[in-house]
Design a protein around this ligand. Structure first.
Ligand code: ADP
Ligand code: ZN
Ligand code: ZN
Length: 737
């Protein structure tokens, strides 16, 4: 047996491995992640290295291969654990060991300790009130917002001011010039907010919250480790519950990873954690340099922090004794990596929890159907918070039938109800968000008269229009020519729904020439800080209407928004995959949640061609349970997850002929394994077949058992190894997609 050993565990050196023979006497002791002594170089000096992989075959002439000398210590160290995690990622998600190692091991880069700037409030009492009144009169909205934030929190991180409050440094200087606040400049990466640890506002948990925290604590102290699903409507106090539970775990000397999608990483959340846990908490986010991130990992390794908050990569924090992993907004797509290994944070969290005897808490207002199913079946414990903690009402939702609008002669993209409410809000100087649901833009075909959508007769999935004039099912490959008339009602108004944000902007501008409009999409946000400038301008009420795609839905709080219009709710319903109804429900619920966050109640208009669809009806009623019941019945009927496991296999290549041949051949040869209850569909072209001259084919597989699909996965990898002719075809797997 041979072992691949790595001697320098830094990101840049991860692909430099050396092969050593494992002597029989060490067979019992070696394992992936174990640290060993090896004779190295000409002088055979003994150095240490980590075993990252085993193999049967020598890579160089056998007589040149040296033997491992000895094992350093039987106990796996933090780095060893990371290597084991990488090995698991590799196996589970089908990547190379190198890709997996690079995922879990941070880039070492010494931090040039940048200056960190903080803003501290100077004014107080009478003076502060007067300043606020004066600025309000002058309509200096940004300065008012900043002062109000400082009232809450007397020291603010300038980075946070820019990125999370969307306030520019110019505004900061406006306050310092007036001597209302002063800048503090720190060389070290510290956190003076924590130093300012004033007593945070004491919140007494309500009865329901207390029950949840007590139940969790009781389990934890009794040594019970579980996965809990916390289902609570927005504003029900999930964050407070997390913090209480985290405190219990930290009190046991264990560490906590708190995952949150980057976009939802709001300034409020972060500062609440700082207040509670002071310097024992640290944050990762994508704006940090590699060096800063490395610094945070070092602090974790040295035991200087107990809690790491961050997006999915925070899972790879080298804590020695993880006791709890919390995943907030657990239904979010952002928890899945888009790069190989295409890991899902929830699965990695489960692996880590098992490895460290930790518990996992998943939280959401709209939990993923799979997880809610597991909670209902007792695999997870279910905690529910059905009411908003502050007692403010959920917004009023109107569902507008666009077929009816057409009948009444309204061909505009804005329904009459939405127009009426927009006029009202503009008069009241309140803000409006118009959300264009662009998921599934690839082009489903529907009838504008009767709302019928062209679907696959086998899969109940919307057919997608391709340039060659054919309609294709992305699951089974079924295809048919594009129809001219609606098969249901005979109408000629049958087409793909196509309207971009830019068109919407033009139309709205024509209808409301006096309104100030901002648009946020890929085009307008491409420049540096483009994204923030728009949000900041909108937050400062420099515009009345914000038009945008998915981007505007998540994580931003605009207190003066009292109307949200969802222009084409159906778009994501027909995205061409089985999760479409679920994604639609989540998006609509979130979009609706943008209206009326503060004192003023909000209204929401959902425009749709299919008002009868359960995703739309239940989202309009903001009733998750009802949605779940419908959805789970549909999944059962169609054999979709969680009832059966699915595997999406993607083959990509620059050579379409070879790709075609390979995919066909693979499926044919695989047919012999059909008795293992794996249902393998014929290869189809990816939604976008060619990107950057790379063609992609997809094969779907479905099975009763996820393990069967795992076996299939390794068999494909083996098969690709055996057929070297296909060596430059890339493979990619997605589970349950
Ligand atoms: P979620 O995370 O579920 O959206 P939050 O934890 O952010 O909810 O709570 C929403 C708001 O309600 C916050 O302003 C919080 O301070 C407040 N809140 C939550 N629980 C209580 C409580 N028991 N008493 C008073 N205010 C509460
Ligand atoms: Zn029709
Ligand atoms: Zn089909």
């Amino acid at each position: 047996m041979y072992a691949d050993i790595i001697v320098d565990i830094s990101h840049e050196q991860l692909d430099k491995t050396f092969q050593y023979a494992v002597p029989d006497r060490l067979l019992q002791e070696v394992d992936i992640g174990v640290m060993v002594y090896i004779p190295f170089g000409r002088g055979n000096k003994l150095i240490t290295g980590y075993i990252i992989e085993f193999s049967d075959a020598p890579k160089i002439a056998v007589e040149k291969i040296k033997e491992i000398d000895s094992v350093v210590s039987g106990k796996i160290q933090a780095v060893g654990k990371m290597i084991q995690l990488a090995a698991w990622l590799k196996k589970h998600y089908g990547s190379t060991m190198n890709q997996a190692l690079k995922t879990v091991i941070p880039v070492k880069e010494t931090v040039r300790h940048k200056e960190k700037k903080y803003l501290q409030l100077l004014a107080a009492g009478q003076e502060l009130e007067e300043a606020l009144a004066y600025l309000k009169k002058r309509n200096a909205t940004a300065q008012v917002r900043l002062l109000e934030a400082l009232q809450e929190e007397t020291v603010l991180d300038c980075e946070m001011i820019r990125n999370k409050l969307n306030i520019t440094m110019q505004t900061v200087h406006a306050l310092t010039d007036k001597k209302l606040a002063k800048l503090i400049i720190e060389q070290e990466y510290r956190n003076p907010i924590a130093q300012d640890k004033r007593e945070a506002k004491q919140i007494v948990l309500n009865q329901r919250q207390q029950q949840i925290v007590d139940s969790f604590t009781k389990d934890y102290l009794a040594g019970i480790r579980r996965t809990y699903l916390l289902h609570g409507v927005t504003g029900s106090g999930k964050t407070i519950c997390y913090m209480e539970m985290i405190e219990q775990v930290v009190a046991q000397g264990r560490q906590v990873i708190f995952l949150i999608p980057e976009i939802a990483l709001t300034y409020q959340t972060v500062s609440r954690f700082y207040h509670r846990f002071g310097n024992r908490v640290s944050i990762l986010h994508s704006r940090m340099s590699k060096g800063e991130r490395y610094d945070q990992f070092l602090r974790a390794m040295r035991g200087e922090i107990d809690i790491m908050i961050g997006p999915r990569s925070a899972l790879f924090t080298p804590f020695s004794n993880i006791g709890l992993i919390v995943i907030d907004e657990e239904h979010e797509n952002a928890y899945k990596s888009e790069q190989s290994p295409r890991y899902h944070a929830k699965e990695v969290a489960q692996y880590l929890a098992k490895d460290n005897q930790a518990s996992v808490i998943l939280g959401s207002a709209t939990p993923s159907v799979e997880d809610y199913y597991r909670a209902r079946n007792g695999e997870y414990d279910l905690y529910e918070l059905p009411d908003r903690a502050m007692g403010n009402a959920l917004p009023t939702v109107y569902t507008e039938d666009l077929r009816e609008e057409l009948k009444q002669g309204n061909r505009s993209i804005l329904s009459r109800k939405l127009q009426e409410l927009m006029t009202d809000r503009l008069a009241k100087k309140e803000q409006i968000m118009l959300f264009l649901n662009k998921r599934g833009y690839a082009g489903f075909i529907s009838c504008r008269s009767c709302g019928a959508v062209m679907k696959c007769p086998h899969c109940d999935i919307s057919l997608t229009a391709h340039r060659n004039g054919k309609l294709i099912c992305h699951y089974c490959g079924y295809e048919r020519p594009q129809m001219k008339l609606c098969p249901k009602c005979g109408s000629r108004y049958i087409s793909g729904f196509r309207a971009g944000t830019q068109q919407v902007e033009e139309i709205v501008h024509k209808m409301y020439p006096q309104a100030r409009i901002l648009r946020m999409d890929m085009d307008t946000t491409s420049g540096k800080d483009g994204h923030e400038k728009i949000l900041s301008a909108f937050a400062n009420h420099e515009a009345d209407i914000l038009i945008g795609t998915q981007m505007i839905v998540k994580g931003h709080d605009f207190p003066s928004v009292t109307l949200v219009g969802i222009l084409a709710a159906d778009m994501s319903l027909y995205a061409g995959d089985y999760t479409a109804p679920e994604r639609t429900f989540q998006l609509l619920t979130q979009a609706a949640g943008r209206a009326g966050r503060a004192q003023r109640p909000g209204e929401v208009v959902i425009q749709t061609y299919t008002p009868e669809h359960y995703s739309i009806q239940t989202a309009a009623r903001q009733n998750y349970q009802e949605f779940y019941e419908e959805e789970i019945a549909y999944r059962a009927l169609m054999d979709y997850p969680p009832y059966k496991a699915m595997l999406k296999i993607q083959f990509s290549s620059k050579k379409p002929d070879k790709l075609e041949e390979m995919a066909e051949r693979f499926v044919q040869e695989e047919q012999q394994f059909q008795n293992e209850q794996i249902q393998l569909f014929a290869p189809i072209n990816a939604g976008v077949y060619k990107i950057n001259d790379i063609y992609t084919k997809i094969v779907y597989a479905k099975s009763e058992s996820a393990e069967k699909l795992e076996i299939l996965k390794s068999r494909i990898e083996e098969w690709m190894q055996q057929h070297r002719y296909y060596a430059n075809i890339m493979l990619q797997f997605d589970i349950d997609e």
